[in-house]
Design a protein around this ligand. Sequence first.
Ligand SMILES: [Zn+2]
Length: 170
Amino acid sequence: MKHTHIVIFTIALLSGFTSCAQQKPVEKKTSFPEEEKIELSESEWKSRLTEEEFEILRKKGTEYAFTGKYWNNKKDGVYTCAGCQLPLFDSSTKFRSGTGWPSFYQPINEVNVAEEKDTSYGMVRTEVLCARCGGHLGHVFPDGPKPTNLRYCINSASLNFEEKGAEAKP
Ligand SMILES: [Zn+2]
């Protein structure tokens, strides 16, 4: 008899948990479409990328501060992924962070930049990656300027730059 009670109680508890989980508000963050993702082997990436791009995008390396090609770039345009050309950041959201890496307060589109928890080097950081090819871009920190208060700290080597109006010229 006692045993039956415990079983019933357990079932009630479990179904209670299930319905709680279902009632939780669904996070409204749409993710990058699976079918559009790019997956290449290590050797395919090696043949596509420069040595530095490979080291950073595919091996999660970091370029030295103030050495990249874009930390001080003030031109208008769009920063795309150096691995797959997906648009990632607009120059209008770039700001002077003083870190020596290109810094942005928001991605061009939330869906294009994926986030992952990174606990390497004894730190807890949020890694940011290209949502299409999985290339390592850099990290995002909660000490950026308004309106987002975020600082996307990105390696120049992970980016290409398409200057606004550059294509329109004859
Ligand atoms: Zn990419």
